[in-house]
Structure formats: structure tokens, C-alpha cells
Design a protein around this ligand. Sequence first.
Ligand code: SPV
Ligand code: MG
Length: 290
Amino acid sequence: MTKAKLLRTRMDERGLVHIMAAHSPLSAILAEEAGFDGLWASGFELSALYGLPDMSLISMTQHLDMLRAIAGRSSLPIVADIDTGYGNAINIIHAVSEYERAGACAVVIEDKTFPKVTSLVVGGRQELLRVEEFQGKIEAAVATRQNPDFLVIARTEAFIAGLGEAEALNRAAAYAEAGADMILIHSKKKDPSEIEGFSRAWKGSVPLVIVPNAFPDLDASRVKALGNIAMMIYGNYGIRAAATAMQETFRCIIADGGVQNVHRDILPVEDIFRLQGMDRTKSDEAKFLK
Ligand code: SPV
Ligand code: MG
């Protein structure tokens, strides 16, 4: 079974899948160990890893290189965050074929103009494409995929742009009509009212995807009760957790004048050896180094 088929089957069987953001192969390995159903090749996380804002500054090549490295070290299906698709429908054709070949099982394409501005920042410039133009991008993605199980997920930023529920519903319906397999509905409100309202009003045939970054109270039990959300993406939790741990540890080392205290609170190096696959290398050495 392909990974794309596996992701679809899991959604059918479980009703809801949990997809964790990964910005590196190591974060992907940790997400797999923790029990997530899949990985989110997040544009926000990779931008942050480079110390840059999430504003179309990271190139497709940089994102693809990381996705390939992640795919090489994890067996989980990967949902690729391709932002606006790096341009128009022609750029989408190129992007979808590259991402599918690199090992992605799904792409999420958002209906903003290129270059985009990250969704959650206060006062961000949020411009949306014409509906027909974005429909063309979705149609191009659907026509390009090789594996029919590869998911084309259309993301509307109508709430992010302050355009309200009617516009969000109208756009979502138009994108489903263009062939999107799922609709990602995003919101920067601190409570889940926009998402819950949208979910209740959504009468389309395709399921929804959410990214509960701004509205953390919307947990899996509340999501399941809504009945039409099939994927939860934990969009910036990997990089925030990593930054928290590094910030605390680095400050302690400076404050303590050494590593005499922090070494008790962080993973021993033997755990890192295990995550690196050192055991396998040792047995290969015993077998092949003659
Ligand atoms: C990402 O993780 O890159 C996302 C989610 O697109 S958000 O940053 O909330 O827009
Ligand atoms: Mg993103």
C-alpha cells in the first residue's frame, strides 16, 4: 500500500488523523515515535529554522530538500505545505510533480497571492486570489498528480483576511467543485468560534482540515463532535517546543557557568545515538569492515 493510500485509509478508519509539524528528519523521527499519523512539512517551521519570517522567502528547492531528507528517515505520510504553490497554475504543475516525486502524499495550497505573509501575525498583509484563478490552480494540481490517492488540499484564508464566514464557505465550495479532496479552513482567532461555525455550516461533500495554532482549546474530542473534520495539523508545535528547550538550556548554562546542572534535564547522548541509528551502523561495521 502506498503512503498516500495509507493516509486515506487511516482517515476512513479513524475519522480523524493527527499530523505533526516536522522541520527536520530528527523532529520527524520524534513525531513518529510519539505516535502521530503523519507529518506536516511546515513552511512556518522551516522558515523559523532558518531564522526567517514565513513570507515566501524559503525557496521551493530548500523546502523540497528538507522534505526529501525527512522522507528518507521516516515511514510516516507527509503532507507538504506548499504555501501559494510558488506562483500561478503553471508553477503548481511543476511543484506538484516535484513534491510527489520527493515523497509527499498530499499538498496544501493556500488562496493567497504570492509572496504570502504568514497567517497568524497581527496586521499581516493578507491578499486573496480571485476565486476562478485559484480554482485553476487546484485543477492543475489534480491534473498533475500521478497517484490518485495523492491528496490535493485547498486552504482558504478568508477568515485570516477578515472576509467572514460567507466568503469562506463560498470559496470552499468553489475549491471543492474544482476537485480539491479536502478543504483546510484557517483562523487566527484565539477561540475556535470561526472554525466551529464554519464546520457546522459546511454542507460540502469533502472533509475539512484544521490547524489549531491560534485556538488550542479545540481538542480532538471537540473536533470529533463536529463530525466533518478529518485532519488536525499541529502546525508550529515542533519548532516552538525545540526553541523552548534550547532557550531554557542555553540560559541555564550561561547562568550556571557550565553544564553541571542542565545535563540532568536533557536527553543523554545515548538517546541521540539511538535516534541517529547508531546501532545499525555498528552492526554494519561488524559485518562489512574487513
Ligand atoms: C505552517 O505551519 O506553515 C502553517 C500553519 O501554514 S500557520 O503558521 O498557522 O499558518
Ligand atoms: Mg505554512
